[in-house]
Design a binder for this molecule. Structure first.
Ligand code: PBG
Length: 337
């Protein structure tokens, strides 16, 4: 129970009257140690290709990604999460390119590890950057084939780990994939590779700009049973208990770290997951959240720097141990001042 006094002997404003006492009584603190930098790479030669829906970010060439990793190391950012924009000529229905050990993700991981060995590299385990239909799984008779997809995800995770990835992060929401990936990694001698499970991932409108960033806009074209959306595998945004069941299964299957996604509209989920399981728990401030802050600040409607720090601190308040965010380098710079 919180102590509450009575006015006028108690005056809560006393604790807010100046910066020193506000600092002294602050409950939650954002630090550079909380940041995972979400970064998109592409397989072309151009160092930076702007993403119109995400001003201030760019798709980076492998070389530019290596430099970004160096920058992360200098800024003290602990880890980078890499997402690939694959040339559409390499995409097909089976997402075969996901298993290319000389493909974009593996090349980027190798280059980043070479240039900044002290920065943790996290990779997405999912097929959507590689499938021409844009779904995270394989389609069979116009349905997402769960168990066939899991087999491919295991291979993908092993290949990415062999390239040097430190954390594999399945974002596909297939059932049973965490356990299968854990067994696959262990069987290949990768007992120390971490799994950050996108344990509670919702079917969300806030992923919109990401589709432009990785060029997977074709979702739902063709004869897909659930055109235009991922609601047969990502969760219904009206649900909370379901998130806890998803997390419980992933924990039982061997997840080391948990991720809730999207971020700010789902702080209640972050809080419940952290309270219920006590595992290292992260939130993903997704592309749409980034775009909203950039759009409003670009119009002069909100102060960007303050909105970035406030929104990231909100995740800490909810119980998150860290945040995956496109704002990581900016936040690190702001925190360093
Ligand atoms: C898909 C994936 C998505 C994101 C990360 N991995 C999009 C989706 O599920 O449709 C979204 C990231 C963002 O919006 O910033 N495997």
């Amino acid at each position: 129970m919180n102590y509450t006094g009575k006015y006028p002997s108690s005056r809560p404003r006393r604790l807010r009257q100046s910066d020193w006492v506000r600092r002294l009584t602050r409950e939650h603190r954002l630090s550079v140690d909380d940041l995972i930098w979400a970064l998109v790479v592409h397989d072309g030669a151009e160092d930076e290709i702007t993403v119109s829906a995400m001003p201030g970010t760019a798709r980076l060439s492998v070389r530019a990604a290596a430099n970004a990793a160096k920058r992360a190391q200098k800024l003290g950012i602990p880890a980078i999460a890499v997402f690939p924009h694959v040339n559409s000529a390499k995409k097909d229905a089976s997402g075969r390119e996901a298993l290319n050990d000389k493909g974009l993700v593996c090349e980027a991981v190798r280059a980043m590890k070479d240039s900044a060995p002290d920065v943790g590299i996290m990779v997405d385990v999912a097929l959507d950057p590689f499938t021409d239909h844009g779904h995270d799984g394989l389609l069979k008779d116009d349905r997402i084939a769960n168990d066939d997809t899991v087999k491919v995800l295991v291979e993908q995770a092993i290949i990415q780990t062999r390239a040097g990835a430190d954390i594999v992060a399945p974002s596909d929401m297939m059932d049973g994939r965490v356990g299968a990936i854990r067994a696959g990694l262990d069987g290949s001698g990768f007992q120390d590779t971490l799994i950050m499970s996108y344990a509670a991932k919702y079917a969300s409108a806030f992923y919109g700009p990401y589709r432009e960033a990785i060029g997977s806009g074709k979702l739902g074209s063709g004869a897909v049973a659930n055109p235009g959306d991922k609601r047969t595998y990502q969760m219904d945004f009206a649900n909370t208990d379901e998130a806890l069941r998803e997390v419980a299964m992933d924990v039982a299957e061997g997840a080391d770290m948990l991720l809730v996604k999207p971020g700010l509209p789902y702080l209640d989920i972050v809080a419940r997951v952290k309270q219920s399981f006590g595992l290292p728990t992260y939130a993903f401030q997704v592309s749409g959240e980034y775009a909203m802050i950039k759009a409003a600040s670009g119009n002069g409607w909100i102060d960007e720097d303050r909105a970035v720090i406030e929104s990231l601190t909100a995740f800490k308040r909810a119980g998150a141990d860290g945040i995956v965010t496109y704002f990581a380098p900016k936040a690190a710079e702001l925190l360093g001042v």
